[in-house]
Design a protein around this ligand. Structure first.
Ligand code: GLN
Length: 535
């Protein structure tokens, strides 16, 4: 166990979902980290899936991938982007994982003779998963509990928090309850009753909230704070306003103004003397809000009606844009609607294009048309994962003349599978957690755009795929100008492709978007924004 006295912060939500617990947790993490504390953030998801890897992005937004290959909730992306530090398998726990572990133990005979029950067996496993992070020597662990207080499926988590608070002892843990103050336009009032009820509901489960963070569209008056304090048993300074702001990156500053971090540190009996340093963060925000240039980049994907499906990509453009004093406007293009006839109209006036990752054959032909358009019109293009595979298919069909070229994912009978199933995937039957996942090495060749962009020949990037560039065709591709600029040094898998005589035509089998943070914008996104501005 850790030698440190690790402190635990639990973040619960009340009244409605989608109040932004993830952003509040990430903001608090940033404020504490900037005071010198070693902080990590964990998400507990009450659904029964083992992980969100098999969920449709429409259900749950993007699936975020960690360095160690966990397929996780998109909130982990926020944690990494705010804290600029990596999360892992241990940072996302689901009810599915909890039950799987307990049932496996039961089958092994670990509970022989005993009835296995929600309390204590499930709650013990939840507590173990929360405390496991303390072994990594964090000063503070923030645990966000998914769902809303009162949901049947979050009950075991709430009960585990109750037990832990008792076990950890005074000043070693605290509960932050995020709630909504609805505004009644007719009477021009913010209402506190739903928050009173949700705090009371938490108390019925044996938990007293220490801090209330109130989502609101309007400023909270002193009187309302006093009222909430009185009804919810917290000091008035522990009632924090979380007002709607134009960007999520503003939230830490709004919370800091109200001394949110100080309130938290006092509750945990931690020193408040060290001032937090948000100089770089403020500088980023200033650049983001005062761009000197503007570019428009088409994001070609098949989940275009829901921006959460490409969350990390959109955020990576914000980080890269700010670093270049450039506003990046994204034009969301649904590839299912693209035809030869409407291509130029759809891409009129764009400065660059990104072809998104994805699975399945819906919208594929539209993406192929988009890649052709970018290649022929010298529009800077970045293809990510499926995007790179699309660039491969397009080039094979239209430059190499292999008319039936395709990915084995979409056409098993094609004579020219320029994208084929990876060898190690051939015997895989299970869908969950079986892709090539997480960080893998890539070696960049000299005199390539990518080595210039990264400034380093050995890189590692995160992956999530089953199919790969079929190296049988590599010679043919390279002779015609599309060459492998990066390969995995161990397996020789083609990781990146670049086109000669084009300002920026780059496909990557990996997902650079997962590694972009506010503090460290990803060089590939920065390069695409620069190329767009130059166009
Ligand atoms: N469907 C493709 C594969 O499995 C691409 C995956 C992706 O874009 N993440 O290889």
């Amino acid at each position: 166990m850790s030698k440190k006295n690790t402190k635990y912060i639990f973040v619960t939500g009340g009244v409605t979902s989608s109040l932004g617990k993830g952003i509040v947790s990430a903001s608090l993490g940033l404020l504490l980290k900037s005071r010198g504390f070693n902080v990590t953030i964990q998400k507990l998801d009450p659904y029964i899936n083992i992980d969100p890897g098999t969920l449709n992005p429409y259900e749950h937004g993007e699936c975020y991938v960690t360095e160690d290959g966990a397929e996780t909730d998109l909130d982990l992306g926020h944690y990494e982007r705010f804290l600029d530090s990596a999360t892992s398998q241990n940072n996302n726990v689901t009810t599915g994982k909890i039950y799987q572990t307990v049932i496996e133990k039961e089958r092994k005979g670990d509970f022989l003779g005993k009835t296995v029950q929600v309390i204590p067996h499930i709650t013990n496993e939840i507590k173990r998963r929360i405390k496991i992070l303390a072994k990594e020597n964090y000063d503070i662990i923030i645990t966000e509990i998914g769902g809303t207080v009162g949901d049947i499926e979050s009950l075991p988590y709430i009960e585990s928090v109750r037990q832990l608070r008792w076990e950890l002892g005074e000043n070693n843990s605290m509960v932050i309850h995020l709630t909504l103050l609805p505004y009644l336009a007719a009477s021009g009032e913010l209402k506190t009753k739903p928050s009173q009820h949700s705090v009371r509901q938490l108390m019925e489960s044996g938990i007293q909230a220490d801090v209330l963070v109130c989502r609101t569209e309007h400023k909270i008056t002193k009187e309302i704070k006093a009222k909430l304090a009185q009804f919810c048993n917290v000091p008035a300074e522990n009632v924090i306003e979380s007002i709607d702001v134009e960007t999520i990156y503003q939230v830490p500053l709004e919370l800091q103004k109200q001394k949110f971090d100080e309130v938290v540190l006092k509750e945990l009996a931690l020193p408040v003397n060290q001032e937090s340093d948000l100089k770089d963060w403020k500088n980023f925000l200033k650049k983001y809000k005062n761009p000197k240039k503007k570019v428009e980049i088409a994001l070609v994907g098949k989940y275009v009606s829901l921006q959460d499906s490409y969350k990390s990509i959109a955020e990576a453009f914000i980080h890269a844009g700010a670093s270049q004093d450039t506003e990046v406007k994204l034009r969301w293009v649904y590839s299912g609607d693209l035809t030869e006839e409407n291509l130029s109209e759809n891409f009129k006036g764009i400065d660059a294009m990104l072809i998104a990752p994805g699975f399945g054959d819906r919208g594929i032909e539209g993406k192929i048309l988009a890649a052709k358009f970018a290649r022929e019109n010298k529009i800077p293009l970045l293809g990510i994962c499926l995007g790179m595979q699309i660039m491969t298919i397009e080039f094979a069909r239209n430059v190499l003349g292999l008319k039936d070229a395709n990915s084995a994912e979409f056409d098993l009978t094609t004579k020219n599978p320029v994208i084929s199933l990876m060898e190690e995937q051939k015997n895989v039957v299970d869908k969950g957690g079986t892709m090539r996942l997480g960080a893998w090495k890539c070696q960049l060749k000299p005199h390539t755009k990518l080595i210039e962009i990264y400034g380093n020949k050995n890189i590692t990037e995160r992956h999530r795929h089953r199919y790969e560039f079929n190296s049988d065709y590599l010679d043919d591709f390279e002779k015609n100008g599309l060459y492998a600029s990066g390969i995995n040094p161990d397996t020789k898998l083609v990781e990146t492709l670049e086109l000669k005589n084009h300002p920026f035509y780059i496909g990557v089998q990996y997902h650079p978007e997962y590694k972009s943070t506010v503090a460290t914008p990803h060089p590939l996104f920065v390069a695409l924004v620069k190329a767009a501005a130059e166009k």
